[in-house]
Design a protein around this ligand. Structure first.
Ligand code: MET
Length: 502
């Protein structure tokens, strides 16, 4: 028998959880470098345009579908139209891929909190990069898939998965809301201290100058605009199925647009703060090395696991910087991981008509096992890199494009969805929203997708062997679509009423 669908007990908890999902690794290690690379201070213009013209409008599309049809992504899409269920499963599978490697990064960050105290990398002759590749990940020279496990990564990953399973089993109110209620305030306090500490480091001002100095000529480059749009979808967790799922747990009479603006504003504020903290720290690193900020600026894994450890070793009170930085990655990552897992759990719970606990265990335990088999190995880094490039950057764009075309031009559902949004919302959606989602959305997404495909075809990703990218890049991306079709053919449990609830 199915249980009554859970709801977030207050609007505040929904907003907190949505912000918890949006604020993730992307805000901390991606945004600062994207902004720096694409015009510095001038990037704020395309960034704001992207938020207002694409990020928030698409966020509202997610909210409208999730809240109107009150279901996990596949169920909500199915209720909207029989033929669109597959889109929901596509998102579920994208979330599955992201979840299996996101957990690895969280585990690494947790280990690096400890290493920041012992400064473990100081013993490696090649410093932080030697430590990360050789001592910590023990990365194999061959780009391959091996099952050579690295014990000191396996154990923290196992702990991350156990924590995630406990939260997911506890459900929307006792698990997700509560976890966000604890981790988000911690994250904000830790991150604020980190930023304040960073801006007082010697050389910090050079970093901040590099970050903020506007290069207005960059605005003439379409790639800069594409970077802004691409970043904002990822940053707001739009088109992953995450916001469809979370908004399906909002009470019926909810101020949807008002909440959306709060979430977007909070997410961007956090990103800007991260830009300040990260570039202040990089300014210090350059100052110490007698080099330019440009030489040390980087993003992603290189920023977190190579640049920051170097800063930790050199800065006054460096250990504290490390604990705050890596602790922030852990909390920001965990709250995003939870939201990704909820997409998967909710989907199977609806499809099978099972209760929360059995559905969670049947779904999350296998996901955890796959993650634990593939990533704590000497080749896990290669897999992570390729899957991230193809599924996260490319799969999501493709899925978002199909989504706006189907709901806009295809089914002509935007007026109906706008009407739903406007029922209890403080800010009403009008023609502008329909034009942005139905017109600008497909144009911007289509342009970015073509660019992505071209760049992925022209250069073998990361210089990995062709077969590796073919299997784990293109193959994986293709398999997700096949998988989505197959899952959509499985019949729904009788408990899940697939007809429109209203
Ligand atoms: N919004 C998250 C981030 O910025 C990503 C979505 S959850 C994978 O990191």
């Amino acid at each position: 028998a199915s249980e009554k669908r859970e709801t977030f007990s207050s609007r505040k908890l929904f907003i907190l959880s949505a912000v918890g999902s949006a604020v993730g690794l992307g805000n901390i290690w991606r945004f600062p470098y994207v902004a720096y690379e694409n015009g510095g201070g001038a990037f704020l213009i395309p960034y704001l345009v992207a938020i207002l013209c694409a990020g928030i409008p698409l966020l509202f599309l997610d909210y409208s579908v999730g809240h109107r049809y009150r279901g996990s992504a596949p169920l909500a899409y199915r209720r909207a139209n029989r033929k669109t269920e597959m889109l929901g499963w596509w998102q579920v599978l994208i979330c599955f891929i992201i979840a299996i490697y996101y957990a690895a990064i969280i585990a690494w960050a947790a280990m690096y909190c400890w290493f920041s105290i012992t400064k473990a990398w100081d013993k490696n002759p090649e410093g932080a990069s030697g430590f990360f590749m050789q001592d910590f990940l023990k990365v194999s020279d061959n780009v391959n898939v091996s099952f050579d496990f690295v014990g000191n990564i396996f154990t923290p990953m196992l702990i991350v998965w156990l924590v995630a399973i406990v939260i997911m089993v506890a459900g929307v109110n006792k698990g997700i809301s509560r976890a966000n209620g604890i981790f988000m305030p911690l994250l904000i306090v830790m991150f604020l201290i980190l930023v304040v500490q960073s801006v007082f480091l010697p050389g910090a001002i050079d970093g901040l100058n590099s970050f903020f100095t506007p290069d207005f000529e960059a605005l003439q480059n379409p790639a800069v605009w594409a970077a802004a749009f691409g970043h904002i979808f990822f940053s707001l967790s739009v088109a992953f199925g995450i916001m469809v799922t979370y908004s399906s747990y909002m009470k019926r009479k909810s101020d949807l647009t008002g909440s959306g603006y709060v979430v977007a504003f909070a997410n961007s504020s956090f990103e800007l703060l991260a830009g300040i903290g990260v570039f202040a720290a990089l300014g210090f690193m350059a100052h110490n090395a007698g080099s330019s900020v440009d030489e040390v600026a980087t993003s992603g894994i290189g920023l977190a696991f190579i640049a920051f450890p170097t800063i930790v070793s050199q800065a006054p009170l460096g250990g504290l910087i490390g604990v705050l930085f890596f602790g922030s990655l852990v909390f920001a990552g965990l709250t995003s991981l939870i939201s990704i897992l909820e997409v998967i759990v909710a989907a199977f719970q609806d499809k099978l008509g099972w209760k929360r606990t059995p559905a969670t265990l049947v779904v999350v335990v296998p996901v955890a096992i796959i993650s634990l088999i593939l990533f704590p190995t000497t080749t896990g880094l290669y897999l992570l890199d390729t899957m991230d490039a193809f599924v996260n950057q490319f799969g999501i764009l493709a899925c978002a494009l199909v989504l706006v075309i189907v709901f806009g031009a295809g089914l002509g559902m935007l007026p109906k969805l706008a009407k739903h949004m406007n029922r209890h919302s403080s800010i009403k959606l009008g023609t502008a929203w329909k034009v942005l989602v139905g017109g600008i959305g497909p144009a911007a997404l289509g342009y970015m997708l073509i660019n992505e495909v071209q760049s992925k075809i022209s250069e073998s990703y990361s210089g990995y062997p062709l077969w590796f990218n073919a299997v784990f890049g293109w193959g994986m991306a293709g398999l997700l679509i096949v998988g989505a079709v197959v899952l959509s053919l499985i019949p729904w449990s009788k408990n899940s009423k697939v007809n429109d609830p209203e």
